[in-house]
Design a protein around this ligand. Sequence first.
Ligand SMILES: C[S@@+](CC[C@H](N)C(=O)[O-])C[C@H]1O[C@@H](n2cnc3c(N)ncnc32)[C@H](O)[C@@H]1O
Length: 191
Amino acid sequence: MLNRLQREAIARLWERKLGQDLQKLPQSERHRNLEPDSAEFICALAAGCHARRLAEIGGSSGISTIALAEAARRSGGSLTSVEIEPSRQLEAKNTIASLGLSNWVEFVLGDAADIIPEWHELDFVLLDCEKEDYINFFQMLNLAPGAVVVADNILSHGLFDYVAHVRMRSDVESITLPIGKGLEVTRFRPR
Ligand SMILES: C[S@@+](CC[C@H](N)C(=O)[O-])C[C@H]1O[C@@H](n2cnc3c(N)ncnc32)[C@H](O)[C@@H]1O
């Protein structure tokens, strides 16, 4: 689903992240990114669901932003990308512009806790921020019937409280997929 240029941009960001990990830079200087396989998956999933209102919480330097912007382009929708750290978001913005995807992305700088209440009837959300915020942010989302929420790092960080929390609901189906660091894919039943 991603094209060659998009895959190359993702590969560059991923190589840099692996290099930073190898150098054991302080956590604050490392870019944390979604795994390329997970990026491929969320692009195909969001496009396959024809999601038109997409959002990501924790855009960082933009691997997931590329994936979801391409899905938004295919569905004729738009992606809102929230990031709290300005230099990471600026880099993502430049990458998205270089790939010709700016028309499909709105970048919002700030704390997702302040921004989520402005969102309505979302079709697709990626949770990829601090793990202790997942449950609270999930609860705050205003979602359309049939919406899909994907959360990263489920297996790498053992986020089983989050998994149990979403699965308690009677109006969702949810599954953990062993892609990348583990994705929880939660689908709200259509009305
Ligand atoms: C794992 S990284 C995201 C990786 C990104 N999705 C990608 O594919 O490259 C997590 C990001 O979430 C951001 N973040 C953490 N808490 C946040 C919050 N409350 N609101 C917005 N961004 C947040 C961090 O600054 C960090 O850049």
